[in-house]
Design a protein around this ligand. Structure first.
Ligand SMILES: [Mg+2]
Ligand SMILES: [Zn+2]
Length: 519
């Protein structure tokens, strides 16, 4: 049999990526080769200037290609990756794992064993821990990946299953809960998920002293999980008990301590008694806070390095500092999450409905006259005005996302292109957003389609998420920009559309009128 699979690796440019791509080279020499290896570069890019190149190392796996998603998070990066491949299976790997040489062979075994109702097969994650002493808090947290279900550190999904539920929910901004959310939606849709026989190694990455405080941002994502899946989401997602009630108690005691203490100061100044009572309350609240904080620190220290171990001193310092800070960070992030997702409003399910349609200009709305600087040569394509007016009437926002490299190539001035655009608006009516890339390919900018930036800018100007937008265009780079930006896309082919672009497009319409039926 021949296994048809691709590999998708989201990355923020960590040096471990080189190690992974080298290990994949060895694995794909020993087992079935991936059809496609997509590294999704999700670094936030500077607004101006060239895209900084991604270091993929001296000996990466063959056929690797890089997509850029512009810092929209691992959920969005993985979506861009799987939407850009055509194989039946997509294996997601995190950029900080290392695959053993027999990985591809074991993957083949896992996927061959997967029945038609199996949406995904997970690899086992192995976290190497030091043998000479008990693990630190960071090491234990990383080792938690070994028992995490549906972790995307090594998870192969059937592309049809991903398409059926529209992939990862891009409202999850970090590598947290987005994998469990996807698994829950797949289960709800009737798919199974299985644990495979393959494994990957996930070394503990060095992290700053405050990593465990920063990780509290996940409390905001927990609020989104609750809004989407209800109160019982933890049991459904196998998430274990939350420490949040403990943190709330700690923060409450600290606030009571400071409040009673400040009242006591005020009363003492105005000499009207009661200061004694406030003093007792403050002392009580203060000792409750200290007790809860100390207990939290002890809980985290007990399983760790012992006095006498080399790493005991730094770990003790880290645990005391972060045990003081974590409760406040956890409560603040949860409050932020509730404010955003959970204040009695209905949070819409994924996928979000389309609210804006962004059109390519040349070859989609108007006849493609290469490097046209003449307003008189503007000729709307059949149905353009009717379709745009229909969308406007139905409450959709409409926009234009257009590459105009003639400016960067110094064939036209911006003013000439402005005049042509003005003529397009005169003939086709008003647009809610109009985004133009004036660069030439040599500029390596972040906005020339298939780069995502025109679509991202249009969505931002409309106050929408990219997933609420659809891009309509006539060539592969229109579809590519939609995919990397996280928008839907519809290809309306013309004589310049290539066969492979037609084959790769998620949705194809013969006419602009037909586009509306596909939104
Ligand atoms: Mg075009
Ligand atoms: Zn540009």
């Amino acid at each position: 049999m021949s296994l048809s699979y691709s590999i998708v690796v989201p990355t923020v440019g960590r040096p471990e990526l080189r190690t992974l791509l080298a290990s994949l080279r060895a694995a794909s020499a020993a087992g079935p080769r991936p059809f496609d290896v997509v590294v999704v570069d999700d670094r936030e890019l500077p607004a101006e200037g060239r895209n900084p190149p991604l270091d993929i190392g001296p000996d990466p796996v063959a056929g690797v290609r890089v997509l850029r998603t512009g810092g929209r998070g691992p959920a969005a990066a993985r979506n861009a990756g799987w939407r850009s491949v055509r194989t039946e299976w997509v294996a997601f790997l995190d950029d900080d794992v290392v695959v053993p040489e027999r990985w591809a062979l074991a993957l083949e075994q896992d996927l061959a064993a997967a029945g038609p109702d199996v949406a995904g097969a997970q690899g086992q994650v192995v976290v190497p821990l030091p043998a000479h002493r008990p693990p630190t808090d960071l090491e234990r947290n990383t080792a938690g990946l070994e028992s995490a279900v549906w972790a995307t550190a090594d998870m192969a999904y059937r592309r049809t299953a991903l398409a059926a539920v529209h992939g990862f929910d891009e409202r999850f901004p970090r590598a947290y809960r987005e994998d469990a959310d996807l698994a829950l939606r797949l289960h709800e849709a009737g798919w199974d998920l299985e644990l495979g026989v393959r494994s990957v190694e996930h070394p503990v990455r060095p992290a700053g002293d405050l990593a465990s405080v920063r990780a509290q941002a996940g409390n905001a994502d927990d609020a989104l999980m609750r809004a989407l899946h209800g109160r019982g989401w933890r049991a459904l997602a196998g998430a274990g008990r939350s420490r949040l009630p403990w943190h709330v108690a700690t923060v409450t005691a600290a606030v009571a301590w400071l409040w009673a203490g400040s009242l006591r100061l005020k009363r003492a100044r105005s000499r009207n008694g009661h200061a004694h009572n406030q003093g007792a309350t403050a002392a009580l609240a203060g000792s409750v806070w200290a007790g809860l904080t100390a207990a939290f620190a002890v809980q985290r220290l007990v399983p760790g390095p012992r006095p006498g171990d080399a790493d005991f001193g730094p770990e003790l310092r880290r645990m005391v500092l972060t045990s003081v800070l974590i409760p406040f960070a956890a409560v603040a992030h949860r409050a932020r999450g509730m404010w955003r997702w959970d204040l009695g409003r209905q949070v819409p399910a994924w996928p979000l409905p389309v609210r804006a349609v962004l059109f390519d200009r040349d070859g989609t709305l108007v006849r493609d006259v290469p490097y046209n600087g003449d307003p008189a040569a503007v000729e709307p394509l059949p149905g353009a005005r009717r379709v745009l007016d229909g969308l406007r009437d139905d409450g959709f926002r409409v926009g234009v996302v257009s590459n105009q490299s003639a400016i960067g190539r110094r064939l036209l001035t911006s003013a000439q292109v402005d005049a042509v655009d003005e003529r397009v608006r005169r003939l086709l009516g008003p647009f809610d957003t109009w985004q133009r890339c004036p660069h030439s390919p040599e500029d390596e900018c972040r906005c020339r389609k298939p780069e995502p930036d025109l679509v991202l800018r249009a969505a931002a100007e409309l106050g929408l998420l990219p997933a609420e937008c659809a891009v309509v265009g006539d060539i592969g780079s229109d579809v590519g920009a939609a995919i990397t930006a996280g928008a839907r896309s519809v290809l309306v082919p013309t004589e310049v559309t290539r066969r492979e672009e037609l084959f790769a497009a998620p949705a194809v319409a013969r006419t602009l009128d037909e586009v509306v039926t596909l939104l």
